[in-house]
Design a protein around this ligand. Structure first.
Ligand SMILES: [Zn+2]
Length: 360
């Protein structure tokens, strides 16, 4: 079911979706595939671009990989057998380090003897996350969520128990990579694609724009139906990612409004400028809600969940929602409108700046 905002976007392919292990051609040499995900968000879009290596050999560049599980690898095998026109995969380009994007990068690069291309920051973050617990699982994450008011012992125990969350979906990260940088141009097959960095969702997310085709591979930075997750996580507890995210999508306004946007979740769409306007408005509204709630009484991030997310959340969604709530609180601390203080019960609550001053 479309919401009012979504009706303002144009989906040129209507309701067409590629079946598992199949592809849909979106532009010459640009193919769309979808892989299953084991979350409430149940799919990811991946892309195939006709490519040519340095020796002139024809093949494909793969953009993003899906999580490392049997279902996804079986779907990949079907794509290899039926949808590559008998040509090899020549490189694997990954927009960012999240498990649904990089999960199979090691398997794919081993399978085809080719290289991973990714930003250096996200390669390092993936290598670290693969060997340690970050963000959504383990003792550090549980302590972070507890400080922000998540007190349900059962939920905290589940977070603690998810120490292997990242490695379970990303068992290995390639030992070597080629570095993607903002404004770098990649020649992929017959076309130039420009790398566009984005912050606030992942450490150094890379989107790809092809002016000749009028196509933007937006990764997770611009999604048509849901808003991109912008979270503070336990390894960077004072982080302020929301202004970084909003600045990043504002930069994408420089692209033509006629651009066909290929998002990692949802359907390919047109209406980039409208979608950026909607997302900017969405966060302005959530910031206003956050400020209003904190002016009424000092609030922890957990206190804000029913204000910001007016629906029941499972544990996976709760951890993301907590990170988002902290991000909105920190954005308002950044502008001087709120101040946070650790209370005697060990919970950090946020209230108006002057209130914090008055109470010392
Ligand atoms: Zn992501």
């Amino acid at each position: 079911m479309a919401n009012a905002d979504e009706l303002k976007l144009d989906y040129p392919l209507g309701d067409a979706l590629p079946a598992s292990g199949a592809t849909i051609e979106l532009a010459p040499g640009v193919r769309w595939l979808r892989m299953p995900l084991p979350f409430a968000l149940d799919h990811i879009n991946l892309w195939l671009l006709r490519d040519r290596d340095e020796s002139g050999r024809a093949g494909w560049a793969v953009i993003d990989c899906g999580v490392a599980n049997d279902a996804t690898r079986a779907a990949w095998e079907q794509v290899f057998a039926q949808h590559l026109d008998g040509l090899p995969v020549l490189r694997v380009i990954v927009t960012h380090m999240h498990p649904d994007h990089i999960g199979n990068a090691h398997w794919l690069t081993q399978r085809w003897g080719c290289r991973l291309w990714i930003s250096a920051t996200d390669w390092n973050a993936a290598r670290t996350a693969n060997q340690a617990t970050t963000g959504v699982g383990g003792a550090g994450a549980a302590a972070f969520f507890a400080e922000h008011g998540l007190v349900d012992p059962e939920a905290l125990e589940k977070v603690r128990a998810r120490a292997d969350y990242y490695p379970s979906m990303v068992p290995q990260v390639p030992r070597q990579f080629r570095r993607l940088l903002d404004a770098q141009t990649l020649r992929i097959g017959a076309h130039d694609w420009r790398c566009i960095v984005g912050y606030g969702h992942a450490p150094e997310h890379i989107a790809l724009h092809c002016a000749a085709l009028g196509v933007l591979i937006s990764g997770d930075m611009v999604l048509p139906r849901i808003s991109t997750n912008v979270s503070v996580i336990d390894i960077e507890p004072e982080g302020d990612p929301l202004p970084l995210y909003l600045d990043s999508i504002a930069r994408l306004r420089a692209l033509p409004d006629t651009t066909l946007v290929l998002p990692s979740h949802g359907k390919p769409f047109k209406g980039l400028h409208e979608r950026i306007r909607q997302l900017t408005q969405h966060h302005a509204d959530r910031l206003a809600d956050t400020l209003a709630a904190c002016r009424e009484r000092r609030c922890s991030a957990a206190d804000l969940l029913p204000v910001l997310f007016r629906r029941p959340l499972d544990l996976h969604q709760t951890t993301f929602a907590m990170g988002e709530a902290v991000a909105h609180l920190h954005a308002l601390v950044g502008t001087g409108q709120l101040a946070g203080r650790l209370d005697a019960d060990g919970i950090r609550r946020f209230g108006p700046q002057d209130d914090a001053h008055a109470r010392g």
